[in-house]
Write a protein that binds this ligand. Sequence first.
Ligand code: EZ4
Ligand code: CO
Length: 405
Amino acid sequence: MSSMIVAAEVILTSPSRNFVTLKVTTDDGVVGWGDATLNGRELAVASYLKDHLAPLLIGRDAQRVEDTWQYFYRGVYWRRGPVTMAAIGAVDLALWDIKGKLAGQPVYQLLGGAVRMRILAYTHASGWDTPELLDSVDEKLDRGFLAVRAQSGVPGLDTVYGVHHGEVSYEPAGRGKRPVEETWDTAAYLRHAPTMLAAVREHVGPEIALLHDAHHRLTPNQAARLGKALEPVDLFWLEDVTPAENQEVLRRVREQTTTPLAIGEVFNTIWDCKDLITGQYIDYIRTCVMHAGGISHARRIFDLAALYQVGAAPHGPSDVSPITLAASLHLGLATPNFAIQEFMGYEPIDDEVFRHDYTYKSGYLHPGDAPGLGVELDEKLAARYPYNPAYLPVARKRDGTMTDW
Ligand code: EZ4
Ligand code: CO
């Protein structure tokens, strides 16, 4: 049974934030949805899709998901990179959505069926100081979460990425045509983080899973020291300790501490993480299902990880759309070494624009049983919220030098 692609359109919408969506339509009237959101670089992916991939999709057989992936990855001289891979990821998600709809099955069934009943989720808690952070953690526990990422302010700094300060709630991008500039001080952070996380552990008791994200800002030596200092806190993981281009350093960190390490939300292909996985330098691989080329490629990364006892734990912030979250959940339900799903959740207006079948209940997520991925874009509502520039902040050291993300 073939099903020919007759239209491929890119839709930009900004309900609470910017999202890029690919809509693929077949000659039998089936619509597949793909997410192509790359925080702060939305228009680049939109152009890649609209100008380069969409025209080539017309006339292709929508059922040939893997061949289309190979065509856009292997068939193109310029491979890899976040823009290319997000665009390929969007196509891949849309085609899996169509395949599920044609089969009348949720995508997880097409991937081999459920290996678990539900997927453990972690969410983000943050507070400027420790009491505020503990309140935020309590609020997440009240909502049933069993795993919480804890981030706090740092004494002496005015802003810290990932932590809301004052009334404005944390969102990983600030509206405006230029990124906000923040000041960062690693030494101050390192003096504070172990005490802050120890207070959270003390507060929640031994059973709640605690996570922490260092956002690529440490040297290997600093990372090793922090990992050691956090061993008594018993973290579920410590994330993104160093910039991940120089991967050999992760071996040094790994050898110095038993704190579990997670990395990979900025990776796009299996080539970006194969050494970290095969060397067992990390415990969790965090590639985002869409940013890593969609279900077709992410599942190869996760299968490689399984051979080395590395858990799959995909990126799932509010800056990828519910379509990506749903794809992650379908893959997660069918992937034995899937460990946990990041779930920041969305603003109510985002949930209205992207009506979804996935559900959250008592600390766990489930993709739902609607055919395909189970997310439908309300195009009329989406059209009311045009693209509105927003960027992740940039950070400088106290002397003004740009620092790692
Ligand atoms: O900062 O998605 O683990 N989660 C994260 C996210 C990222 C944003 C960047 O766009 O680090 O919140
Ligand atoms: Co992160």
